[in-house]
Design a protein around this ligand. Sequence first.
Ligand code: SIN
Length: 464
Amino acid sequence: MSDIIVKNPATGEILATVKADSAEVVNTKLEKGAKAFAHFSKTDAYERAALLERWAELIMKHQDELAEIMTKENGKPLKESQGEVLYAKSYLTWYAEEAKRIYGRTIPASSPNKRLLVTRQGVGLVAAITPWNFPAAMMTRKAGPALAAGCTFIVKPAEDTPLTMIRLVELAHEAGIPEDVIQIVNGQGADIGPLFTASPYVRKITFTGSTPVGKLLMKESADSVKHVSMELGGHAPFIVCEDADIDYTVTQAIASKFRNAGQTCVCANRFLVHENVLAEFSEKFAKAAKALKVGNGLEEGVDVGPLINQKGFQKVVAQIEDAKAKGAKVLTGGTTHFDDEKGFYFIDPTILADVTLDMNIMQEETFGPVAPIVAFKTIEEAIEIANSTPFGLAAYFFTNNYQTGIYCQENLTFGILGWNDGLPSTAQAPFGGLKESGIGNEGGSEGIEPYLETKYLSIGNVKA
Ligand code: SIN
């Protein structure tokens, strides 16, 4: 297993070399995690809640340090990293509360001498594989409910961004969460994934990442019938109706599209704009995108950081080139700043007009700061375009007409909907995709369910 060289994607500077765990080390950790479940699952909900609260407090105490590590290894602007630290912490405090609400139930029996009880318990050792685009929050969104449910937890961070996670796990241990209850392993996904899925100690796999890798993990998990939760790719439509408040909609479009340089699963990917407001929206959106400052996220005033790596950069550039070749017009951006030798890759916020549905950018997830705009005539047509994808994670629609709004809510086949809202994610609400965007939810009261299983008890010969 080759060690991991962590680079700053804004400069190409080497930040650290992280030792990759051997298969033997990974398997030993998995065994320890499974053994720790025997006692951790017996702790009471108040004790687990207190541990999560203490971990959250330590995260707040170290918030500046964590945000700086995150910006250095991920490239996102410091203000976004600071926001992500708070977002990550919010999942721990939310699930500290949810730990106390894992209820069972009693069922009326059909005999006076029987009592029927349903109880809930943690599934066991949970193995998590997390992405580089949210190095902190995607882990706490899984660890929070897992630990609240009494599960033990082992996580493999993305190779591009392991440093934030290493620090978070150190803080978890400092908070008093036993070392075998929350563990980290490092290595390449292709090495660690099969060890997780093959292990008899792991009872659940939770993954955030691409749809092809998610499918593979699901197939590999089938042999031992593991629980799986999958937060996979998206291709979010952003529908601007004729009656939308265009100035407000532009602020939401900027937030949704250019957060994390467009490298989020929920970011708006396909802008569908009513033909009567197309010119106004396109002009204002392009003007606002042009005003965004691109650069090293540690520098003051930077709004958009680099792409994570060469592979991500090349995919986005290929989509821009394909669109241009098929007739798209660049309203702003389309320019790049990169250095293959040093290893940094920037793309200026790019808005494309005259986009047609056959362009790759309308078919594939982008994961970059590029917004294609397509005109529509009727809301039925917009919904049809929006739904014409195997993905179903997030969708946005902007209208002040309640009939149009409800129509969109009922007809869009997406798990997360923002009505006049470009940033719907929050700890207290469910986050999850339909179709090939995933299985299960994270966040909200729904987010603890995938870490619990149900036991039914029938008691007979009871004195009536
Ligand atoms: C993601 O990109 O998968 C997470 C985005 C969010 O939590 O808002």
